[in-house]
Design a protein around this ligand. Structure first.
Ligand code: GLC
Length: 469
């Protein structure tokens, strides 16, 4: 199959969140199954052309945008069997950030139209686009490239890209509005959901949750109407780059057969963060944005419980300024027990995954979550809110000792606190090493999920063929 995979971000070129990890590894897994995959990305100003060997020149095409026709270039490179095409337009696309520029809506609308122009020439079998930034490509393809099947993946329903209907005119889409839209509004994500041959999301559990008002972000009725075309496929991770046996970012390597290096990574992390070097202190790691979605309120409430209870905490992330301030205060109060780094540092993230005993993810909602999958790989036991992909992949250790982590169901500080207490208690038993080994044996590589995507593509192609008649 010839697949066009379209995303705003993909590792290693540009990474903000989990979408980049997926777009940076699923295409490779699909190519390994014998498919012909092209990944489309905007050429953000932050992408290091020299480092990635991205050529200066490529194919050029003229892209209709409003009344204008915009010369745009498509520069291509190949990575692990995947053709990567960067849409290059310095004025309309290149910003110093992937998200959060003032003209994001127009910028990503242009990106969709530009990708569409390339697809008209290359005629893929399937167009697979991700999240709101690539969502308007779905109606473009449905109207202008009727033979191509469309698949739209929701990574996070909370971001829909709602904007003025003006963008529709700019890229040549009719303004007819969806029942869910306000007058003069365009909701890119809703538009893709409404017409894609298949809509998917990143865990089976989240696929069910989004049909309810609590998680549907106002789109639950639309999603319910497309229920028969909605599937959940749980994300995998790139087990080659996330591998404690070879990871260049961590001081000591280890594996399930010989996990001894993990203790050294813990010592190194404690020393680096100015914490007491103590093998017996349960060390909790947090890597993620300090925002509501990620359960920062519960984390903040739980910190004293961990730190007064003999535990240690290493936090890497940034987010809501009010919470950043609270965490700065905590870090002062608990110096020597809590190490806080505001910002993002990919190598430090790896040292935290490797050096921690436990990993905290009390997310309010979580479409899939990759942190818990990475921590399994590094023998770090997750403590999670049982929601979305977290509920699907983390199973609480019951009395018999089965399971792979600790979880709690009701989103309340007491429930999280109880899970933390149980985790610290277990850590202090001689059964801990077995647990570390057990979680390291979990398989969350892409192999199973990539095959499921191939099935979804086949189903989408069938649907398309039937409709195109
Ligand atoms: C988004 C979701 C996260 C998911 C990731 C990749 O960041 O919030 O749960 O793992 O996308 O699909």
């Amino acid at each position: 199959m010839r697949i066009a995979f379209v995303s705003a971000e993909a590792a290693p070129y540009a990474k903000v969140g989990g979408l980049a990890d997926v777009a940076g590894s699923l295409p490779q897994a699909l190519a390994a199954l014998g498919n012909d995959v092209t990944l489309y990305l905007p050429l953000h100003a932050t992408i290091d052309r020299a480092r990635f060997g991205i050529p200066a020149k490529g194919t050029t095409r003229s892209v209709p945008f409003g009344a204008r026709s915009v010369r745009t270039s498509y520069v291509a490179t190949v990575r692990d069997g995947v053709r990567v095409v960067f849409v290059d337009h310095p004025k309309l696309l290149a910003r110093d950030r992937v998200y959060g520029a003032t003209d994001d809506n127009k910028r990503y609308a242009f990106f969709c139209r530009a990708v569409f122009e390339d697809l008209r020439a290359t005629k893929p079998d399937v167009v697979h686009s991700h999240d709101w930034h690539a969502a308007l490509l779905i109606p473009l393809v449905a109207r202008g490239l009727r033979k191509a099947a469309t698949v739209f993946t929701i990574h996070n329903l909370a971001y829909q890209g709602r904007t003025s209907a003006e963008v529709l005119g700019l890229i040549g889409l009719p303004r007819a509005r969806l029942p869910i839209e306000d007058p003069n509004e365009c909701n890119p994500m809703a538009r893709a959901i409404a017409i894609a041959d298949i809509v998917s999301t990143v865990s089976e559990q989240y696929a069910k949750e989004i049909l309810t008002p609590a998680f549907g972000e106002r789109l639950q009725d639309l999603l319910r109407s497309r229920r028969r075309r909605l599937v959940g496929i749980t994300n995998g991770i790139d087990t080659r780059s996330f591998d404690p046996a070879t990871d260049p970012s961590i001081p000591s390597h280890y594996s399930v057969d010989d996990p001894s290096g993990k203790a050294k990574d813990k010592t190194a992390l404690q020393a680096e963060g100015g914490l007491a070097v103590d093998a017996k202190a349960p060390l909790f790691g947090v890597v993620g944005r300090l925002v509501e979605q990620k359960g920062v309120d519960l984390l903040t409430a739980a910190a004293p419980r961990i730190l007064d209870g003999g535990g240690q905490l290493v936090v890497l992330g940034s987010g809501d300024p009010a919470y950043e301030a609270k965490w700065k205060d905590l870090a002062k109060k608990y110096a020597g027990k809590l190490w806080l780094t505001l910002g993002f540092d990919a190598a430090l993230a790896q040292r935290i995954y490797a050096g921690s005993d436990l990993f905290l993810m009390p997310s309010r909602f979580e479409p899939c979550g990759l942190g818990q999958l990475i921590s399994f790989r590094y023998g770090t036991v997750p403590v999670v809110h049982a929601v979305g992909g977290l509920a699907e992949t983390v199973h609480d250790l019951d009395g018999n000792g089965a399971g792979n982590g600790f979880s709690f169901s009701s989103y309340k500080p007491e429930a999280f606190g109880d899970a933390i207490d149980r985790a610290m208690k277990r850590f202090r038993t001689d059964r801990w090493t077995d647990l570390v080994r057990r979680v390291m044996r979990e398989d969350h590589s892409w192999s199973a999920s990539a095959k499921r995507y191939v099935d979804v593509y086949k189903k989408a192609i069938k649907n398309r063929a039937r409709k195109a008649g």
